[in-house]
Write a protein that binds this ligand. Structure first.
Ligand SMILES: Cc1cc2nc3c(=O)[nH]c(=O)nc-3n(C[C@H](O)[C@H](O)[C@H](O)COP(=O)(O)OP(=O)(O)OC[C@H]3O[C@@H](n4cnc5c(N)ncnc54)[C@H](O)[C@@H]3O)c2cc1C
Length: 383
């Protein structure tokens, strides 16, 4: 007898685990998550954990506001400490056009009650006194942004989902998505099929590959991103905000008393997640140019992961029109951790009732076919 389920979710990152938990809490029976490796072994486990509300489109703002509320409630709801540190996010501008952009967006964010403010170089100096500011003309700072622990949050959802009856299979790759004409019928794995009328593609940077297993084009590709962390530095004993050098596409934040900073960004799509140690000197030079004291810092570790990039750098969420029962929740383009909690809740509502409490239709897959892609000015391939 083949295994059966009511809903199969492919991928056990923050998105898959959050969807599974929210389906279970909203009363869905027989939910199964199928993960090719281990829970949180994909991009989520490689993320910088950044959580920001500084977006400019309504849908991203609402996903941030809802997720922030959920991060705050997580200890009570899931019984885990998400280690949410509200150190703030600071975007620094080098050109008048950048500052103008921040100012326009801050006005929109403030209308949603987000306490973002435009600050001067002197204000920036007070927040991050060791940053070279001679070319910085101002910034946008939101003190209620910050970062949390991706592994704790994802495991929190996974463990809570299991408690509610969800089965999570690890080391079970999905090799094919079964269909009966224009309906999804389940998945195939080396350990045998699981038949189900609903299948969710939550495969992160592999969202495009998993889409193709069903014969559906999901335009998501992996791009390697690298991070480095230094040993503790006295200057970082007071935690800085997550600070973004917008012009140079570079960021840093505190990490265990040291500095975590961004490294090279591949421009060609690749599933390679090796650290390019050969070129680490270039990453350090870029970091030292903005934070000179890093010259004397020692790098303690580095890692790389895949950004899950869609053509307009926004998530793809919703039902696949041409294959009934098949859903996508992928392509978060570098915001999947911060938007993971709300994504799970809304996808569960969509699957169970057809009516999510926030309208996620602007992020539907069909937007790429009808030319309605979402322009999010605060989306860069960063933090
Ligand atoms: C260096 C770096 C820094 C980042 N920083 C941030 C940040 O500060 N803030 C933020 O919000 N986001 C950040 N991101 C992006 C964030 O990590 C992703 O958007 C998010 O983790 C996506 O979650 P996910 O669950 O969709 O994907 P994943 O965590 O990748 O989970 C997908 C899972 O699907 C599994 N899978 C794939 N194919 C199959 C298959 N065929 N069968 C079974 N399982 C399969 C994979 O093994 C994987 O575990 C960062 C990413 C990187 C790489």
């Amino acid at each position: 007898m083949a295994e059966t389920a009511d809903i199969v979710i492919i991928g056990a990152g923050i998105v898959g685990c959050s969807i599974a938990y929210h389906l279970a809490i909203q009363g869905a029976p027989r939910v199964v998550v199928v993960e090719q490796d281990l829970i949180c072994s994909g991009s989520t486990g490689k993320s910088a954990g950044g959580i920001r509300q500084q977006f400019a489109t309504e849908i991203n703002l609402l996903l941030s506001i809802e997720s922030l509320r959920m991060f705050h409630r997580m200890r009570e709801e899931l019984g885990v400490d998400p280690e949410f540190r509200q150190v703030g996010y600071l975007f620094m501008a080098t050109t008048p056009a950048e500052l103008d952009l921040f100012r326009r967006q801050a006005e929109i964010q403030q209308r949603y009650g987000i306490p973002v403010r435009i600050i001067s170089p002197d204000d920036i100096r007070k927040l991050v006194p060791y940053v070279r500011l001679d070319d910085i003309i101002g910034g946008a700072y939101c003190p209620t942004d910050g970062y949390a622990a991706p592994y704790e949050v994802t495991m929190g959802y996974a463990v809570a989902a299991r408690r509610l009856g969800v089965t999570i299979h690890e080391r079970r790759p999905v090799t094919r998505i079964l269909r009966e004409r224009d309906r999804v019928a389940g998945i195939e794995t080396p350990q045998g099929p699981i038949l189900a009328p609903v299948v969710v593609n939550a495969a992160g940077a592999a969202g495009g590959v998993v889409g193709s297993l069903a014969g559906v084009e999901v335009p998501v590709k992996p791009y390697r991103r690298q991070l480095f962390v230094t040993r503790p530095l006295p200057e970082f004993s007071a935690e800085p905000p997550l600070t973004i050098d917008y012009h140079r596409n570079w960021y840093f934040r505190g990490e265990m008393g040291g500095c975590l900073f961004s490294g090279p960004k591949d421009e060609e799509s690749t599933f390679n997640t090796n650290v390019d140690w050969e070129h680490v000197a270039e990453s350090v030079a870029k970091a030292v140019a903005r934070v000179p004291l890093l010259e004397k810092a020692e790098i303690s570790r580095g890692w790389a992961g895949s950004y899950d990039i869609s053509p307009d750098n926004n998530a793809i969420l919703g039902a696949v029109p041409e294959l009934s029962g098949f859903y996508v929740a992928t392509g978060h383009s570098g915001h999947g951790f911060m938007h993971g909690p709300a994504t799970g809740k809304l996808m569960a509502e969509l699957i169970l009732t057809g009516k999510p409490s926030i309208d996620i239709s602007p992020f539907g897959l069909d937007r790429f076919r009808t030319g309605r892609s979402v322009r999010e000015p605060m989306t860069m391939h960063e933090a």
